[in-house]
Write a protein that binds this ligand. Structure first.
Ligand code: ZN
Length: 205
């Protein structure tokens, strides 16, 4: 059986004024080895949208076994409360309720799904690598890219680390799911924009 990876609640990002934006992350469902994994949970107030999206997949919030958080920004963790039965995985380790297990950020979660450190946007960033999908290897990378062709960054911890993390992902991923845009194929994106995905311009705010 192939690993399935799907954006079930599309992310968005819009400027609405100086230093103000509207934002919600992609919410991604991964099915592997009989486990339902959700990556990121969007912004506060998107709970109903997520419940409807799960229903289309014949799932309820209590059917989610594992929630993986790419990084702890509020537009990626706003609906964690929905998933009462889930094991929560982040860069530190694993939480079930208030029970915490310290674990390495480089590890396998299920047979075809693993996590790896990709700091830069935030220092805690992790990416999820899903192998054996119909599209090859898909990387779900939080805000390492906000969207396809994205090289303007306004929230970052370390541009140097971000560049290294992008290099690491571009080497292994056939497709990338960014934090707020559609899934894209790095090779095609590079051809169309004519720009290297590693040219990073830091927009000051
Ligand atoms: Zn972020």
């Amino acid at each position: 059986m192939n690993t399935e990876v799907k954006i079930i609640k599309p992310g968005y990002f819009k400027w609405i004024g100086k230093n103000r934006c509207k934002t919600g992350s992609n919410v991604i469902l991964i099915r592997d080895s009989g486990k339902n994994i959700l990556v990121d949970t969007g912004s506060q107030g998107e709970d109903k949208k997520i419940i409807v999206a799960l229903k289309k997949e014949k799932l309820k919030p209590e059917n989610i076994d594992i929630v993986i958080i790419t990084h702890p920004h509020a537009d990626h963790i706003g609906n964690n409360f929905l998933f009462k039965n889930a094991l929560f995985v982040d860069s530190l380790g694993e939480f079930r309720g208030d029970k915490f297990l310290l674990a390495k950020a480089e590890r396998r979660i299920t047979e075809n799904v693993s996590i790896t450190k990709t700091p830069g946007h935030a220092l805690e960033d992790i990416s999820i690598i899903a192998k054996n999908t119909k599209k090859g290897t898909i990387a779900v990378i939080g805000d390492l890219f906000w969207k396809a062709g994205d090289n303007k960054l306004i929230v970052f911890e370390s541009p140097g680390k971000l560049k290294q993390s992008r290099k690491k992902i571009l080497k292994i991923a056939d497709w990338i799911i960014p934090g707020h845009g559609k899934m894209f194929k790095p090779a095609r994106c590079r051809r169309e924009s004519g720009a290297s995905l590693l040219n990073i311009y830091i927009k000051k705010i």
